[in-house]
Design a protein around this ligand. Sequence first.
Ligand code: G6P
Length: 442
Amino acid sequence: MSGIKVVTIGGGSSYTPELVEGLIKRYGELPVQELWLVDIPEGEEKLNIVGALAKRMVEKAGVPMKIHLTLDRRQALRDADFVTTQFRVGLLDARAKDESIPLKYGVIGQETNGPGGLFKALRTIPVMLEIATDMEEFCPDAWLINFTNPAGMVTEALLRCSPLEKVVGLCNVPIGMQMGIAKMLQVEADRIHIDFAGLNHMVFGLNVYLDGENITEKLIQQFLSGEKSGVTMENIVDLGWEPAFIEGLKILPCPYHRYYYQTDRILDEEMEAAKTKGTRAQVVQKLEADLFELYKDPDLAVKPPQLEKRGGAYYSDAACRLIHSIYNDKGDIQPVNTKNNGAIQGIPADSAVEVNCVITKDGPKPITVGELPVPVQGLVQQIKSFERVTVEAAVTGDYNTALVAMTINPLVPSDKVAKQLLDEMLEAHQAYLPQFFEKVDV
Ligand code: G6P
């Protein structure tokens, strides 16, 4: 391979400067000659602003990477080597509905694995499968690196319902946990290694090592001191864990586990926030507006630190690290979303799991975990059932299947509430759900 071509779908995203920074940093070993930023007409203004910043960043860094901006996805995909996806169907307005409608029913919306996540999946999966079809036509040998949320379900759909085989899902939660722990211990992040296993936003740290020494127990003690755990993301309030619970669990939960193990407290926080500063979508809308004002500055030629206020901060490090390892056949270990293939017992072989993998030029090879610890097996399986049923609903547009998905989500209290939620959310998102509303009688 010479002269790598990367295509980023959703290139007008406020996160793009992270990706560009990551590619610039690694240029020596990962010579990306073309970066195509693709968006839709509604995103054109943002694409132009962030694209101009990307061009200034590349020029300042003095790397010969050519940035192309386009609204023509099919043209962009031609002969790509890596395709990254980071788009939001319906933009942040749709997320605001995903978060606020459930709150009216006393339910957390959670845009990735609550009722909000169900709807985000229903909107996103059909679009992602169209992208996969275009890739099959224009760049069948390319790798698809997906960070579009809900990353677990989107990756599941790509693995099971698309013709593509070279698909990897990525999230910043594992890298965020590694960095949080490093900060807590005041050491460099690369001295920390974590055995990750589970699902996207449902991943556990089974063991944590510092310079090869297993420090899980010690860390759990540190986790216990203090009101804050020290390991969270910008988008999730850092409520401390009940010490005896984590001590009994003996493994590290991820920040998203708060939604399941601290449901009432998180709900209170979100209700309160909705009254004062707005839901996270509304907070992010303001943050984004500020970021794009900064991006417009013709003197700005680096990623501004304000981007770290977004929950997805550092995702590009994970993405560039992964692309780098595939391209260079590194054989290093990274946590990614990939086909289980028996790595985690009790999860179907063809399902997506988030697990440590050896990264080679042939993609991620999952490291066998075996059984997850008994206390978490059930929840992980429950979420996997929710994910699989959601994927089926997204592909078929079948109402009853969507209702089953909504009802089995652990954040939803009953079938009745599930139906009320489903009906109101289907109506609110109708414009982005053709599979439910544009049925042709045969
Ligand atoms: C986390 C998740 C990402 C998600 C982000 C939301 O970090 O891992 O999947 O996109 O938070 O952040 P935001 O700033 O949009 O609330």
